[in-house]
Design a protein around this ligand. Structure first.
Ligand SMILES: [Zn+2]
Length: 262
């Protein structure tokens, strides 16, 4: 099953956002804690109940300011707290997948960074298990080679810790400078995973920004998505795919239609 939905509620608030998903015949929605976890548990439960009634599957995006590779104790502790606060809300909402960008290499080698992040992930998973939260940590494929989170690193992390992954296909596109073979990528992926998609502008250093349609020489999200839609339909994985474009609802609808058409 391929479920499609928007990232966030476009300023409507999560309750109205869930209702809008249902009205637009979408399947899922990602609750965004981009700049901090400010939702109380009561609201989280209300959002979860409404999503259950409307048949909308929820996921959560933890805040951006996370670095699980940090050598500064306070920064590491704050990063872990942001993830755990997100997980607690996710559990209250009945959202399973919790997405985040795991960290940065900074002055460390890729191997050192990997080991630090792995250790932090194992610690987080222990805390999640102790609190009996039904959530899965899903670190995301990031859009810049200077940032931890290549597909290879995340697949290794999944193997070593049993975590989930968020495959942001537009980030992969930017990392590979637009040279992308979706069939080859999907072969490497598990049958079940969480995904992001949007149009993307990139440069030699990777991701610049998520886009819809911009200048004429840049392709539209529809053109970006069609090759992926074809491969997804062929393999029919069990995924949730979240539109992170500047018009997440409209583009999610477009993506869902394209999946039905191809
Ligand atoms: Zn993303």
């Amino acid at each position: 099953m391929i479920r499609v939905g928007p990232a966030g509620s476009c300023g409507l608030g999560n309750l109205k956002g869930v209702s809008k998903c249902a009205e637009m015949d979408l399947d899922c929605m990602e609750v965004e804690f981009t700049y901090g976890v400010r939702m109380d548990l009561k609201t989280a439960k209300e959002v979860g109940i409404l999503a259950g009634e409307k048949g909308i599957l929820l996921s959560v995006h933890a805040p951006y300011y996370i670095n699980l590779a940090s050598e500064e104790k306070e920064k590491l502790a704050a990063s872990k707290k942001r993830i755990l606060d997100s997980c607690q809300r996710a559990h209250a909402m009945g959202a399973r997948n919790v997405t985040f960008h795991a960290g940065f290499y900074q002055t460390r080698t890729a191997e050192q960074t990997y080991e630090r992040i792995k250790k932090a992930m194992v610690g987080l998973q222990k805390q999640i298990a102790r609190r009996k939260w039904q959530v899965k940590l899903c670190p995301e494929v990031t859009g810049k080679p200077s940032q931890f989170g290549s597909l290879a690193e995340l697949l290794q992390l999944k193997k070593d810790t049993g975590c989930g992954i968020t495959v942001d296909f537009s980030h992969l596109y930017a990392r590979q400078q637009g040279d992308i073979d979706y069939a080859r990528i999907l072969k490497k992926l598990p049958k079940k995973f969480h995904a992001h998609f949007s149009g993307i502008e990139y440069g030699p250093k990777g991701e610049r920004k998520h886009i819809r349609t911009t200048r004429k020489h840049i392709r539209t999200t529809k053109e970006f998505f069609e090759p992926l839609a074809r491969e997804l339909v062929k393999r029919n994985p069990d995924i949730t795919i979240i539109s992170e474009s500047p018009k997440p609802y409209e583009d999610a609808v477009m993506m869902k239609r394209l999946i039905e058409e191809v």
